[in-house]
Design a protein around this ligand. Structure first.
Ligand SMILES: [Zn+2]
Length: 299
């Protein structure tokens, strides 16, 4: 699905659960470059909907890291904590339409596979109190073309199951908040790490159930293995706030299949990257990268 009438809007959406590391820099940089190369907008959204996991001061440090790397968002940064009424409204709508239901199961009721078997889909079993809200995914399948990873398809029955959209602690689930806010911010292109590909299936289904347009997706090679990447140990493990911006940017561009020429430093490095950026040059995976040797066509 393409949206010729919709102007390009990309985004970077960090959770304030710690400092940015190399993998996050790769995602921030790639989403920024793809937006700039398309003459589009680049939004930043702080996904602070999980107070128990939030690290104090982390959001401020993330935003200051982005500034230090020359990654300037268009418009105001959106904080998801300001959006709880919107998540609540969508959850109530899905419940009212019978597309979601209350689940009374505890962690102990979920099978070892982690796939919820739909126990409460037809109503709470006797004696159970409502805890979480789940999306009814019965019979659903999704398929889309990822700009880097290729065709992706998923079947919910037996593979993913009915997933939570409001948690048992009554906080909105990550998947729901992302979908509601990608729509709210008119995001047309999502460029992020392949570690989120599993989430994308859930988000694409939610978009369909809610009648929202699906953004284009591009999932970047995971930056995990310092050896496979030929990254220095420090580059692979230290917060980016402690790294030299030119060194870290150069390593990130190499990871993304865009090795910059030696003359490109400082602001010239970013200018070079915007001018030469092409998603088609980004590898799906890196040789020697553990656990991601081949593109996955199924989730
Ligand atoms: Zn249940």
């Amino acid at each position: 699905m393409s949206h010729p009438a919709r102007p390009y809007v990309g985004r970077f959406a960090p959770s304030p659960t710690g400092d940015l590391h190399f993998g996050s820099l790769v995602a921030a940089l790639a989403s920024y470059l793809d937006a700039r190369a398309h003459g589009g907008l680049w939004r930043v959204r702080v996904e602070n909907i999980d107070p128990p996991r939030e690290v104090p001061g982390s959001a401020e440090r993330i935003l200051s890291d982005l500034r230090r790397f020359g990654l300037k968002p268009d418009g105001e940064v959106l904080f998801q904590a300001s959006r709880t009424a919107a998540y609540e409204q969508v959850t109530r709508q899905l419940l009212a339409e019978g597309k979601a239901y209350w689940c009374g199961c505890t962690r102990a009721d979920i099978p070892a596979s982690g796939i919820y078997p739909g126990t409460c889909r037809e109503g709470l079993p006797p004696g159970r109190e409502p805890r979480a809200v789940r999306l009814n995914t019965s019979g659903a399948t999704i398929a889309f073309d990822d700009a880097i990873q290729g065709p992706v398809e998923a079947r919910f029955d037996g593979e993913i199951g009915d997933f939570v959209i409001r948690r048992a602690d009554q906080l909105p689930a990550y998947q729901l908040a992302v979908v509601v806010d990608d729509h709210f911010q008119q995001v047309t292109h999502v460029v992020r790490g392949a570690d989120l590909l599993d989430s994308t299936a859930r988000q694409v289904l939610l978009q369909r159930v809610l009648g929202l347009e699906r953004p284009e997706y591009a999932h970047l090679p995971i930056a995990l293995d310092p050896n496979g990447e030929k990254l220095s140990k420090r580059m692979g493990s230290d917060p980016i706030s402690t790294l030299d911006p030119v060194d870290a940017m150069t390593a990130a561009l190499r990871h993304l299949g865009h090795p910059p020429p030696a003359f490109a430093t400082g602001s010239a490095l970013m200018a070079w990257a915007v001018e030469h950026w092409a998603l088609s040059r980004v590898p799906a995976t890196h040789a020697g990268q553990a656990g991601a040797a081949a593109p996955r066509s199924r989730l």
